[in-house]
Write a protein that binds this ligand. Sequence first.
Ligand SMILES: [Zn+2]
Length: 246
Amino acid sequence: MDAFPLHRSGSGSEISRRRLLHRAGMAGLAVAAVNACSTEPVAAAASPPSSSVVLCRKAWGAASARPGGTPHTLNRMAVHHTEVLLGNNANAPARLRQHQRYHQESQGWIDIAYHLSVDRNGNIYQLRDPNLVGDTATNYDPTGHFLVVCEGDFDQEGVTAAQLDGAALAFAWAAQQFGIPTDTLAGHRDESPETTCPGASLYAHVTSGDLRSRVDAISAEGPVDLPTICGPEADAIVADIEAGIR
Ligand SMILES: [Zn+2]
């Protein structure tokens, strides 16, 4: 019905596989190349880039959060996907604006549903205030959950090492910042069997323990430095992302 279904139920893996094959057949090598990521071995947990930052809401063009929201104490962490095929990573900031608009205007939520977002190149974006409960279109209560969303539809496209490392850094930061045990890290579908979120290729890194290993490897290095930046520096990074060079 709309372009931003937000983890609606009913899209099983068989359907996704058929859709994928259909798209691959239609688009040929371009899609095959994108999906090659899902079958390539992904590098073992690596140190995050020292320059990692969170790009503030203003930098990606967020609308203001609406008043309200429910405060909570964070004690769990969950990974999601947006269930919208990303295509070119240069689309990522615009996608966030679209997701937020859909969540606020169509879903009637106070803000974009999640707390941090990570694009395919590992860029991290500030979303909803983590001190406020997130939202979900499925039947589960995200109270207490720190929500990281990976941009893309991982039932249709592969997840990159950079995106996994970006998500791991976001979770490692949250674990230290809010005292959340990393063994609580789960995929959305673990909480709500009606969804395939966070999508097959990303969920594989949850069930294998790889994503948590990456989080723990970062945490073991000491305090996680992940400042949120705003202003000209952040604007320049978003401009580079939208130009396809970061
Ligand atoms: Zn989800």
